[in-house]
Design a protein around this ligand. Structure first.
Ligand SMILES: COc1cc(O)cc(Nc2ccc(C(=O)Nc3ccccc3)c(OCCC[NH3+])c2)c1
Length: 334
């Protein structure tokens, strides 16, 4: 494969993941030398999943948060989509839980606070993820969680969203109202999935599980699950407040943020605001202006178009370098 559209912009390395209609390759951004992940999708094999990609790209352009995997650039050609994404080398939360069997409350709390921060931000931006599960939470090099795969996300104010369930994902994380095909709100379904996630973190297995799908649906709709002895009273209460069959009785992400279980050991509620501001960083603008031989105001005007082109990627990756204490410098191209 040539991937000629990436030539000179990114140095492609090995494939680090391949799923249904996508392949993810490791790459280096040539101007900063920073590592990125490039998700490559062939339009032909996408078929009816093509709208999912457009949904995801539109959402990712709006969602910029420390616990959401960052989209740096989008390249669309006649045959392919390329999404240039934040590098998350420590794998999936799913594998992390399996490797440790289950997490203690303190470690689970660190991760769950990050998940609540990401979902709180998404809901505040008027979105719902709708496919929350440990496979969609990756760990970056600092062991921070990054939420990925917004292919099923939607505007939670939407009413009867199309019953997407049949085409994807494992039902084990799906809310009862989603399964019964009733009208549902994405934000409420996300809270249920977070309950399943917290249970999986603390127990190492799922509250509702069955190979037989109709049986699994019955268990989910019953809302009955067992709580192992090692769970504290507070964690049981928190899980119960999310795994409410009636979505109107379910806790909201706003109340989650100041729930006693999430606060214990911390004196501040979950900080869900994005650390990124759309206000540009002066040092990065200066370095870009020097590199491209433009004035700072010209450079700032071009960057703040946020075209998710190579310039957007270069700006965000320069900002990453600065935040990691590396020199805010571009590599002079020979
Ligand atoms: C918005 O972020 C998204 C959206 C999406 O649809 C898919 C992904 N997928 C990603 C993103 C990054 C990685 C990654 O950096 N992996 C990695 C890097 C170095 C070593 C090992 C893995 C990614 O990896 C896929 C394989 C991991 N199960 C997928 C992000």
């Amino acid at each position: 494969m040539s991937y000629s559209e990436l030539k000179g912009l990114y140095h492609l390395r090995e494939t680090i993941g391949s799923g249904g209609f996508a392949k993810v390759k490791l790459a280096y951004h040539s101007l900063t030398g920073e590592k990125v992940a490039i998700k490559i999708m062939d339009k032909r094999s996408l078929g009816e999943d093509l709208p999912r990609v457009k949904t995801e790209i539109a959402a990712m352009k709006e969602l910029c948060h420390q616990h959401i995997c960052k989209l740096y650039q989008v390249i669309e050609t006649t045959d392919r989509f390329y999404m240039i994404l934040e590098y998350c080398p420590e794998g999936e939360l799913f594998d992390y839980i399996v490797a440790k069997d289950r997490l203690g409350e303190d470690e689970a709390r660190i991760f769950f606070r990050q998940i609540v921060a990401a979902v709180g931000y998404i809901h505040n931006q008027g979105y719902a993820h709708r496919d929350l599960k440990p496979e969609n939470l990756l760990l970056d090099e600092d062991q921070n969680l990054k939420l990925i795969d917004f292919g099923l996300c939607a505007n939670p104010q939407g009413g009867m969203e199309k019953h997407l369930f049949t085409c994807c994902g494992s039902p084990a994380y799906a809310a009862p109202e989603l399964i019964s095909g009733k009208e549902y709100l994405g934000a409420e379904a996300d809270i249920w999935s977070m309950g399943i996630l917290l249970y999986a973190l603390l127990c190492g297995y799922l509250p509702f599980d069955d190979e037989n799908i109709p049986q699994l649906y019955k268990k989910i709709q019953s809302g009955k699950y067992d709580t192992p002895s090692w769970l504290s009273l507070e964690s049981k209460e928190l899980i119960a407040s999310m795994l409410q069959v009636d979505p109107k009785r379910r806790i909201t992400v706003g109340h989650l943020m100041s729930h006693p279980w999430l606060l214990s050991g911390y004196d501040i509620s979950v900080e869900w605001h994005s650390k990124y501001s759309w206000k540009v960083d002066e040092d990065c603008i200066t370095e870009l202006a020097v590199h491209y031989g433009k004035s700072r105001s010209e450079m700032e005007a071009e960057v703040t178009l946020w075209n998710f082109d190579y310039l957007t990627a270069t700006y965000f990756l320069l900002l990453e370098k600065k935040q990691k204490g590396r020199p805010v410098r571009l590599i002079q191209q020979t």
